[in-house]
Design a protein around this ligand. Structure first.
Ligand code: SF4
Length: 338
């Protein structure tokens, strides 16, 4: 029986929606130059200052390798940010986030060993969805979704002792055996490196104007079956996360999920903008009688083991209680009223 269900209070920063991939289900990626954006430093600072003292996590997402999407984007990134690629720009934003009291968590696509090593001291944890180990039609135009590439990066993060978040995207053309295969491979990576803190079980949600806009999301029974299977395959210390704005969490908690991921009070879920975050009160009600606790973007086990840098140590000491969860203070009171 789990002791409590956790979530992290974050601020969601989409650095850019330009992506070299073209996943058939993606509503986030810019489809034309007219839709493309890079979040400039000024806007970033305005967002993070507005959550000061409440959120603990700056969640950075970005399209993968935007400089490879189109030769003109490389110039645009240089002009907008002053950096040659999105990685050094992200590094700069991480430094600013730390100065403003936020612990960064970057999930910006495939990164090399050197890039991970550079970002590591500035991140409490990092992430990359595996999604699936199957070759699916939805990834036909997405070179970065090759399973081997993603597994290599997850292994690199393990070599570097980066607390890591990964997960499966359910309903994109994979079958039950594929899901078992993906979970077993994640388990073997965990057995080797002990760095995976959570595995997200996320349902595909159709988005308008995408090639999969008419595809059906997975039945709830499929979500239940996947959570049950994940709990049976993954070691107990690897949490199973289910996003409460995309699925109904209580039954999934009964089957072994124990985390609800990042919840933002000031920003929307840019990947699923049609699905608003629940408020903390709604979350508590939705999961009752299970108890909700706030965590940091780095799980308690990795805090105890010292898997963090001197750059973020002051923030971890400021925010973590003796259990490695967030200290309860008045300023951490969740105020989402959306
Ligand atoms: S890699 Fe991510 S941002 Fe890029 S197209 Fe696929 S889902 Fe969208």
């Amino acid at each position: 029986m789990i002791k409590y269900v956790t979530f992290s209070r974050n601020v969601f920063i989409p650095i850019t929606n330009v992506c070299r991939n073209a996943c058939a289900y993606c509503g986030f990626r810019a489809r034309s130059e007219k839709d493309a954006y890079i979040t400039p430093v000024e806007r970033f600072m305005a967002i993070i200052k507005s959550v000061r003292g409440r959120a603990t996590e700056a969640l950075f997402t970005a399209g993968e390798r935007p400089e490879l999407a189109n030769t003109r984007f490389g110039d645009w990134i240089r002009r907008t940010t002053g950096f040659s690629s999105i990685v050094p720009y992200t590094k700069e934003l991480c430094k600013l986030a730390i100065m403003e009291g936020l612990l960064p968590h970057c999930n910006i696509g495939i990164l090399s060993y050197d890039e991970l090593e550079e970002l590591r001291p500035l991140n409490a944890s990092m992430g990359l969805m595996l999604e699936t180990t199957a070759e699916v039609e939805a990834h036909r135009y997405s070179p970065g979704k090759t399973p081997e590439l993603r597994l290599e990066m997850i292994a690199r993060a393990g070599e570097l002792k980066i607390p890591f978040t990964t997960g499966l995207l359910i309903g994109i053309g994979e079958n039950p055996e594929d899901r078992i295969n993906a979970l077993e491979i994640l388990k073997s990576l965990y057995d080797e490196y002990r760095h995976i803190q959570e595995v997200i079980i996320q349902p595909f949600v159709p988005k308008p104007y995408t090639p999969m806009s008419n595809a059906k999301p997975p039945e709830f029974e499929v979500m239940k079956d996947t959570v049950r299977t994940a709990r049976a395959i993954l070691p107990d210390e690897v949490a199973i996360q289910v996003p409460p704005n995309l699925t109904s969490p209580r039954e999934l908690i009964e089957l072994g999920a124990s985390d609800l991921g990042g919840i933002s009070e000031m920003t929307i879920d840019y990947i699923n903008p049609e699905s608003p975050w629940p408020t903390e009160a709604e979350l508590r009600e939705a999961i009752a009688p299970f108890v909700l606790r706030e965590r940091l973007p780095i799980y308690p086990r990795f805090i105890k083991q010292g898997w963090y840098s001197k750059e973020i140590r002051p923030l971890i000491e400021q925010y973590a209680d003796e259990d490695g969860l967030r200290k309860r203070t008045e300023s951490s009171t969740y105020i989402n009223t959306t």
